[in-house]
Design a protein around this ligand. Structure first.
Ligand code: AMP
Ligand code: MG
Length: 356
């Protein structure tokens, strides 16, 4: 059977296609997307929705060409139903209903966070992992216990990706900021101009509360430091050169070290608490090589294994929606067209897992 997945929770509109009869490593036959990027702002919900409307036809066409299929050949339509930005989710749900009605196909609504975990189990050897899910809006440590995907720790305010993007915006780096912050942090490690070549760690608040984390205070602190740095730069134009305590590079390095350490700490406690031996990474921020390095070190120290899917399955993608759609459909899940709405605030642990 052929499963078509539609992703539209936030900045990405994607179409993924899975062919169930192919072996595990070949099942994904298309994974096409188009994402919002900007030079100055972040995601503006209404504009992101406009973007999705503009690109949806072309993304679908490209995915079908890639898979060498027609819409008639598709058996099941899955779409990201929760959680996400209402404006964006609505476009995907409408697109799904339109295809389902026109071609008389069954519909499945999928939880985006769980899809990140399930695609990880498909494309890596992970069997029963703790998922460290670090994306733009979501920051959760998730594991399977008692028929549900339970959240063992999460952000109490913004997502870690939003934190990095806001910080990058303050530095004038554009959106999405994650890859640029990673590059500048790397430069602080590799091309450090100080005598002893050690990267300069600027002290920042460290915000772990039990199993949860928050980023708002760290962001405020960084904003103050950026203001200080910019004021200092302005002064330079008139006065003799003196070194500012902070640089873009040292702030990027310090921000990464701090928030990644927080996440590694919580992930490690979840591994210990659940007595699990596998850590799976998911979400766009998990593309970060320094984060991967830190997780690897922690796993090694406690005899656990780390699994990192390829970048195309870490960031938001529709292959994972098609794949979870397949798992749910096979377990008997099907939506009536009138029930195929969106659930922007549904939590990971609200969903009964019938497919495991
Ligand atoms: P997602 O919502 O899962 O698609 O992830 C998007 C988020 O991942 C954005 O906030 C990006 O800034 C962030 N991101 C992407 N690549 C990297 C990277 N190399 N390092 C840190 N964050 C990243
Ligand atoms: Mg995501």
């Amino acid at each position: 059977m052929i499963y078509l997945g539609i992703e539209s929770t936030a900045h990405t509109f994607g179409i993924g296609i899975v062919d169930d009869k192919l072996p595990k490593e070949k099942k994904i036959i298309a994974n096409v997307k188009d994402s919002v990027t900007t030079k100055t702002g972040g995601i503006i919900p209404a504009k992101a929705a406009d973007h999705h409307v503009e690109v949806c036809d072309a993304v679908l066409r490209n995915a079908l060409v890639k898979a060498n299929l027609k819409l008639e050949d598709v058996d099941v339509i899955a779409y990201s139903q929760s959680p996400g930005i209402g404006h964006c989710l609505r476009i995907g749900a409408m697109f799904a209903r339109t295809i389902a009605l026109k071609y008389n196909k069954p519909l499945v609504g999928v939880n985006h966070c769980i899809a990140h975990l399930e695609i990880g189990r498909l494309v890596t050897e992970a069997k029963d992992p703790v998922l460290l899910y670090l994306s733009g809006a979501n920051t959760q440590v998730i594991a399977y216990e008692g028929k549900k995907y339970r959240i063992f720790g999460e952000t109490l305010d913004i997502g870690i990706g939003n934190f990095i993007d806001c910080f990058a915006r303050e530095l004038g780096l554009g959106f999405p900021g994650g890859p640029i912050v990673e590059k500048l942090a790397r430069a602080e490690i590799e091309n450090n101009p100080t005598e002893n070549k050690t990267p300069h760690y600027v002290e920042l608040p460290y915000c772990v509360k039990g199993m949860d984390v928050n980023f708002g205070g760290i962001l405020t602190n960084l904003k103050q430091k950026i203001k200080h740095m910019n004021a200092h730069k302005k002064e330079h134009q008139t006065k003799e050169h003196t070194h500012c305590y902070y640089t873009k590079e040292s702030l990027c390095y310090s921000a990464q070290e701090t928030v990644f350490a927080m996440m590694v700490e919580v992930a490690e406690r979840a591994l210990a608490h659940c007595d699990k031996k596998e850590l799976l990474l998911g979400g766009g921020v998990a593309c970060n090589k320094r984060l991967q390095e830190m997780c690897e070190k922690m796993c090694k120290a406690r005899g656990a294994k780390m699994f990192v899917p390829a970048n195309e399955f870490l960031i938001d993608n529709a292959a994972m929606i098609a794949w979870l759609g397949l798992l749910q459909y096979k377990a008997g899940d099907k939506l009536k067209i009138e029930d195929a709405g969106i659930k922007p605030y549904l939590r990971t642990d609200d969903i009964d897992v019938a497919w495991r």
